[in-house]
Design a protein around this ligand. Structure first.
Ligand code: ACM
Length: 749
């Protein structure tokens, strides 16, 4: 358990307290390059915005809109307004600005529209975090460390509506993020309308859902998951992004991750009979484009339409995870390798990517690809997106290529951000806020010259497990704002200062109704002790704020008792707890009713997994509409451990179990997913005592749980036991699909 940190600085930045204690950090995120706090305050209410003919109209409108949306005073435009936007050619830097606030007003100056816009964002943050409308006098001179401050959104695995993409851009702008990498094609879907090749969206835009979600229980017909962006929608999103100073970098992933493409146009495939639809498997699929002349002609035509939609300099053409089995087995492709005098399939991929890069170059664009493009010869001006840690960027910079740092797992937002059972579905590695904040974007492995090739940083949201936009928001925020801090400024690490500013940003989002992940802020309780002497320990994954609690059923407030040490509670006591940073409530209030039964029940999310191969928080495959259960399992080895389970007097158990489709493309690793053989056709839940090699104390048949699509309950008996023992739970089943998962285990007397 991590320590319960009480951050004194947090109290200083709380809006009410900040006025009394101006020594706390300014509520800005990202922190500007240079800040000097002056004397006095500027009263915003009643002020007007003044702009000049040569600039500030757009930035002024942004300021007015943001202030209104966050509950601030209505700001009008007036020639003599106290909030002034001024063009100043003397301010160097494409995104640089200066903001001077005095008791008489605020002045934002910049040479560029982007600078004026970012000045407006900073002023808005000050106003939105000063509910009395009096902002401190301050002189800010600001410019970003990196020009590429990115977020990748995968719209292929799951599709988000245009309104969501625009909302993401709006929020990126609030954090001064300026690049949206839009992953528009993959094995599971093609998402961009191409006039010349309508089957790309017609066939490539739909897949049948995996598992129970893939069949309509009423009609028995397949349930299809479809979606694509029309050209008109893309033009609207591009215009929206431009107005928010965000550049969109579209990605068409080639030659691998191409199942949707080859399903739509089988002539593009490297095998005679490619799949007829996009895949509903997650993982690395074998389907590659055939790099012949016909494919190149097709791709050129397709890229023409992509370039016509996206005016930015960069076009991302993928290049990742192209397993070469299909190329190895194809005689024509082998002949092509010989004819071109290439060494092997990797070199052929290099040749293919270089050919596409040349085509983009001829049209005034630049190619960008995942770091595998370094395995073949790529054009010198190709930019490398490093996802294999930071090694790709180091190799790229050393060989003279520009690079973007997007390292897995730390910049991969599909990883969960705490061990809370309240987290959205995702991968099991924990990328928490403090860990992400601790990332060093200036690797010491590079010389100063090589570092100049680092264009910037980017977090990536892959959406295999991110079915809804609610999940997407919670996976992206607040972590994208932390990335913004690293990419804008990367000041010396000071977690108390930063977490105070993070709370300020979350408070602004809260007022605006914008979602972010609150699970790490929620207080958790762990009950221990005996039936008549219950003890509860509180913790919170984020370790931010003070925990306050009540035992009379009332909601905790900033004046409720502060938690110092585990509490003794008599059965029947209602316990409520919430973390507070000063007066600001963090997360949601949590409630428990102290009862001895709590000692003898444990959700699988609170158990340990027996292994760490591919741990996932997996969303159930049903119901089609409505809330789906989230399970916690290692798909390579489904097995859970409940440490020191209290077994005195226990004679029976009840387990909630579920079944998931095993839709994971894991290649030969599938052979490593092995199960104990069942003795009944539906299989059994096995419970062992004292670890996974211990004595079996319960074997519970699963037949009773097979006729529901959601979770079901099964029960069994346990011979008399004494003391506390580790329990190990596994399933005996004939194969991985469907895949049994434990949701909760309750011991009974
Ligand atoms: C990647 O994660 N395959 C770029």
């Amino acid at each position: 358990m991590r320590g319960f940190l009480v951050l004194s600085l947090i109290a200083a930045m709380v809006p009410a307290a900040a006025r009394a204690a101006p020594s706390g950090p300014l509520p800005l995120l990202p922190m500007p390059a240079s800040v000097e706090v002056g004397a006095g305050r500027f009263v915003v209410a009643g002020a007007a915005i003044s702009v000049t003919d040569d600039g500030g109209k757009e930035a002024g409108s942004r300021l007015r809109d943001l202030v209104a949306r966050s509950g601030g005073p209505a700001l009008s435009f007036s020639a003599r307004g106290a909030i002034r936007f001024r063009r100043d050619a003397g301010i160097k830097g494409a995104e640089a600005y200066r903001l001077v606030v005095t008791p008489a007003g605020a002045t934002i100056s910049a040479a560029s529209d982007a600078g004026l816009y970012y000045g407006a964002e900073t002023l808005w943050q000050l106003i939105a975090s000063s509910p009395d409308g009096r902002i401190p006098a301050v002189t800010i001179a600001d410019a970003p460390a990196f020009g590429w401050r990115g977020v990748m959104l995968d719209s292929a695995r799951h599709f988000q509506p245009v309104s969501y993409v625009e909302q993401l851009i709006d929020r990126m702008a609030m954090a001064k993020l300026n690049t949206l990498h839009w992953h528009l094609s993959d094995d599971q879907g093609w998402r961009i309308e191409i006039d010349r090749y309508p089957r790309l969206t017609g066939i490539g835009g739909c897949r049948q859902e995996a598992g129970a979600a893939g069949t309509d229980p009423a009609t028995g017909k397949p349930v299809r998951y479809c979606g694509y962006y029309t050209k008109a929608e893309i033009r609207a999103v591009v215009a929206y992004a431009r107005a928010h100073h965000v550049t969109i970098v579209p990605e068409i992933d080639m030659p691998g991750h191409a199942t949707a493409m080859v399903a739509a146009y089988p002539a593009l495939a490297s095998i005679p009979n490619p799949p007829k639809t996009p895949s509903n498997q997650w993982g690395v699929l074998p389907n590659l484009l055939d790099p012949d002349d016909a494919t190149l002609g097709f791709v050129d035509n397709m890229l023409d339409e992509v370039m016509a939609l996206f005016p930015g300099r960069y076009i991302h053409i993928g290049g990742d995870e192209a397993v070469k089995d299909q190329w190895k087995a194809n005689p024509a492709i082998q002949a092509q390798i010989k004819r071109l005098g290439l060494k092997d399939e990797n070199a052929l991929q290099g040749w293919f990517m270089a050919r596409l890069g040349d085509y983009l170059d001829k049209h005034g664009r630049r190619m960008i690809g995942w770091d595998e493009i370094l395995e073949g010869q790529v054009p010198g001006d190709a930019t490398v997106m490093s996802w294999h840690g930071i090694d790709g960027a180091i190799t790229a910079a050393r060989s003279g290529h520009d690079a973007i740092l997007a390292p897995a797992p730390i910049f991969y937002l599909d990883n969960r951000q705490s061990d809370s059972p309240g987290e959205p579905p995702g991968r099991g590695a924990i990328i928490d806020w403090q860990k992400l904040y601790g990332f060093d974007p200036a690797p010491t492995e590079l010389t100063a010259d090589q570092r100049r090739h680092l264009l910037g940083l980017q977090v990536n949201l892959w959406t295999e497990h991110v079915r809804t936009t609610d999940y997407a928001d919670r996976m992206i925020w607040p972590r994208a704002a932390i990335l913004a801090e690293l990419a804008w400024r990367n000041p010396a690490k000071d977690w108390p200062d930063f977490s105070a500013r993070l709370v300020a940003a979350m408070t602004r989002w809260q007022h605006m109704g914008l979602r972010y992940d609150k699970a790490p802020l929620d207080v958790e309780a762990r009950f221990s002790g005996s039936d008549d002497a219950l003890t509860v320990a509180l913790r919170q994954p984020a370790a931010i704020g003070t925990f306050r609690y009540t035992t009379d059923g009332s909601a905790p407030s900033p004046r409720s008792p502060a938690y110092q040490q585990p509490l003794s509670l008599s059965p029947g006591t209602p316990l409520m707890a919430q973390a507070f940073a000063g007066d600001v409530a963090l997360g949601e209030p949590q409630r428990w009713l102290a009862a001895p039964e709590l000692l003898r029940t444990r959700s699988a999310s609170e158990m340990e997994l027996c292994s760490d191969a591919i741990p996932l928080r997996l969303e159930d495959d049903g119901p089609t509409d409505g809330v789906r259960k989230i399970h916690w399992a290692d798909i390579m080895h489904p097995c859970w451990i409940w440490r020191a389970a209290p077994l005195d007097g226990v004679t029976r158990l009840t387990a909630t179990v579920g079944r998931q489709p095993f839709n994971f493309a894991i290649g030969d690793d599938i052979k490593k997913v092995v199960f104990e053989q069942p003795t009944t056709p539906a299989g059994e839940l096995k419970v062992r005592r004292d670890g996974c090699d211990g004595t079996v104390i319960a074997t519970v048949p699963l037949a009773a749980a097979t006729d529901t699509s959601g979770d079901a309950t099964v029960s069994g008996v346990i011979p008399p036991q004494h003391g506390a023992h580790d329990l190990c739970m596994t399933f005996a089943q004939t194969g991985p699909d469907p895949f049994w998962v434990l949701d909760r285990l309750t011991l009974g007397r």
